[in-house]
Design a protein around this ligand. Structure first.
Ligand code: NAD
Length: 291
């Protein structure tokens, strides 16, 4: 396939390189980041998309996506696909899909989980919104860049799945961290706590696969001085998107709201911005019941 790829940052570049390795023709465009040599370099969005069968975007947020989509969709051939893999708000995602459909172009929102290492290894999970016929056409590319792709429903459903998942993740990470800090003060060893909880009803991915306590459980960013992994800043971004969506559809998400407040505090006032999201444990270690 001829693929136009816009946004070649931490995630986009390795994803595009995997497509090249699978013998697809990829033309890349980015406003600041250097285009990897293995890709054809475009000097404008027009150059990147005008001959493409499918255009993939991997951009920072909904506003940038809308600006890029406005320009790209105008210049794409009919019956092609605009595939956005960024994590953005549900509304922007639906608006971009509408724009594409009105121009005779298919649209898929397909945010990912798996992070930078998953992007490099081609083991991402894609949560996809859009029509089945477009999903089927893009499936070959999902299989190269990832290990799993789930069609979740109509446009915006991929973003909905992503922010619901990450709202649970943020909340369970906080619960896991505060439980470790409580265990410390109760003189319960972290190893014993892990041993029990990881095989009891308090288990979760945060505890079992990404344990925030260094030296406990499988290797995770806590064992590497909390270098991300998945940064607290990105977690805050996803939690804010969950709260924006909750407000839009009048959903009651008190735990999601509290998790957002705590990560906001951690990122903005407690030196957490560049740390892995599991570094929340350090936040609780020094605090008491009344602080
Ligand atoms: P990044 O900042 O490294 O990359 C974004 C790229 O987009 C940059 O290279 C930037 O120059 C480019 N860009 C910005 N505006 C542009 C424009 N108008 N035209 C062309 N290019 C433009 O970010 P990232 O870590 O690669 O994340 C990309 C998306 O993936 C985000 O939505 C993020 O939330 C999501 N995501 C990231 C991770 C992760 O671990 N990094 C995990 C899952 C999902």
């Amino acid at each position: 396939m001829k693929i136009g790829f816009i946004g070649l940052g931490n995630m986009g570049a390795p994803m595009a390189l995997n497509l090249v390795s699978a013998s697809h023709q990829v033309t890349g465009y980015d406003i600041t980041t250097k285009i990897p040599n293995e890709l054809n370099k475009a000097n404008s969005i027009m150059e990147c998309v005008s001959d493409a069968d499918i255009v993939i975007t991997m951009l920072p947020n909904g506003e940038i996506l809308k600006t890029v989509a406005d320009e790209a969709i105008n210049m794409m051939k009919k019956n092609t696909i605009f595939l956005d893999c960024s994590t953005v708000d549900v509304e922007s995602s639906r608006n971009v899909a509408k724009l594409a459909n009105n121009a005779g172009i298919g649209a898929l929102d397909a945010p990912v989980s798996g992070g930078i290492s998953g992007a490099a290894a081609g083991t991402l999970t894609f949560m996809v919104g859009g029509e089945e016929k477009h999903f089927k056409l893009a499936k070959e590319l999902f299989d190269i860049m990832g290990q799993k792709a789930v069609l979740c429903g109509p446009s915006g459903s991929g973003q909905s799945a992503k922010i619901c998942n990450n709202m649970i993740l943020g909340a369970t990470m906080i619960a896991t961290c505060e439980a470790f800090a409580l265990a410390d003060k109760l003189n319960l060893s972290r190893e014993k706590m892990y041993d029990v909880v990881s095989t009891s009803s308090g288990y979760s991915w945060s505890m079992n696969s990404y344990c925030p306590a260094p030296g406990v459980g499988p290797k995770s960013p806590s064992d590497n001085d909390y270098i991300p992994g998945f940064s607290s800043t990105l977690m805050l971004k996803d939690l804010l998107l969950s709260q924006q969506a909750a407000e839009l559809v009048d959903a009651d998400t008190p735990i999601g709201s509290k998790a957002t407040e705590l990560y906001k505090q951690f990122v903005e006032n407690e030196d957490g911005a560049d740390k892995d999201f599991s570094a929340m444990l350090k936040r609780f270690e020094s605090r008491g019941y009344k602080s």
